[in-house]
Design a protein around this ligand. Structure first.
Ligand SMILES: [Zn+2]
Ligand SMILES: [Zn+2]
Length: 343
């Protein structure tokens, strides 16, 4: 059996204790005729890995099994194909979202909402994850990446990019619609660009000055520092008027509450993070909508839009072995937008 390097998690623990260990494990091999073997060129470091590794999400079943190789924003080149593969050839560059596999038979899958499939397999929640040198996937769930797109540019599109795209779409963007984006990191900085492309007036909220500067540069018409201050919704109202819609990427219930309070009656709030039940008053006729990644069709759109419009993807690259260190920096808000690991 051929071997490969991977960062393996055997037990959930605080990232300060370096729970990911560089390990030599069996290299994945093609097991089904429709699978491709991908040599990973880059894998983005997503905030959800931090939660999974530290055990914050045990109550929602993440990680479902141990040991695992985390990582679900993967880009690489195909080095081997199964006998029934028709969509790709050896040498093609592809990317993988958190949706590694779905059943393709259930109602959700048939409606093109395979991200909701009850029997889906998530990338990075088994040994098939991106913090490694190789991964296998069914050709149906891989998306072509143009050759000219650098791996470290493309990788973050496969979770951050698609999440941002889907959330902006869920906010029903229109010309001059006033949309508040709460949380400007890997996902938020992409969402600003998708919303701006639709002609929306974006107001960006973040606790970090650096993130707000990035937001301004990427086209937010206004920026505001997020604080836990009780009267923040009033301040927003006073300065900019009520929002038409809000999108929440910051994983904190207080942010969701402020977002709901800052949206006008009848408005729309899109929540793209795991959280508890927010404060919600029915008679305001507001709509709260949840989103999670997107379908393979959505992913193709994201690649196309980012390519055609020269979207900026802010990344910093690190070695695979640096995964613990990078996640620690992410925890301390020291990553500008997205870190990418290169095996
Ligand atoms: Zn992610
Ligand atoms: Zn299904």
């Amino acid at each position: 059996m051929e071997k490969m390097r991977a960062m393996v998690l055997s037990k959930c623990a605080p990232i300060e204790t370096n729970p990911l260990k560089l390990t030599i494990i069996d290299k994945h091999e093609i097991k089904k005729p429709n699978e491709i073997l991908v040599k990973i060129e880059a894998c983005g470091v997503c905030h959800s890995q931090l939660h999974g590794i530290e055990g914050d999400w045990k109550d929602i079943g993440i990680p479902p099994t141990l040991p695992t190789v985390p990582g679900h924003e993967v880009v690489g080149r195909i080095v081997k194909i199964g006998s029934n593969v028709t969509k790709f050839k050896i040498g093609d560059r592809v990317g993988i979202t958190p949706l590694l596999e779905a059943c393709k038979k259930c109602q959700y899958c048939k409606e093109g909402k395979e991200q909701l499939c009850e029997s889906s397999i998530i990338t990075g929640e088994s040994l098939r994850g991106g913090y490694a040198e190789y991964i296998t996937i069914s050709e149906d769930f891989a998306t072509r990446v143009p050759d000219k797109m650098k791996p470290e540019y493309a990788a973050p599109l496969f979770c951050a990019g698609i999440t941002a795209y889907k959330a902006v779409k869920a906010a029903e963007p229109q010309l001059h619609k006033k949309i508040g984006i709460f949380g400007i990191g890997g996902v938020g900085h992409m969402a600003i660009q998708f919303a701006k492309l639709e002609g929306c007036n974006v107001i960006a909220f973040s606790r970090s000055k650096n993130h707000l500067e990035i937001a301004k540069r990427l086209g937010a018409i206004n920026i505001m520092t997020f604080s836990d201050n009780q009267d923040l919704p009033d301040k927003i109202k006073e300065k900019y008027g009520m929002l038409d819609a809000a999108i929440v990427f910051a994983p904190a219930d207080i942010v969701t509450d402020v977002a709901i309070k800052s949206v006008k009656k009848g408005g729309l709030i899109v929540i793209a993070v795991v959280g508890k039940n927010p404060t919600f008053f029915a008679f305001d006729e507001k709509t709260i909508r949840g989103t999670v990644i997107g379908s393979t069709k959505d992913m193709e759109q994201v690649i196309k839009i980012c390519d055609e419009n020269n979207f900026e993807v802010i990344t910093e690259t690190y070695q695979l072995e640096d995964a613990n260190q990078v996640l620690k920096m992410l925890k301390e808000s020291k990553i500008k937008a997205r870190a990418v690991l290169i095996p």
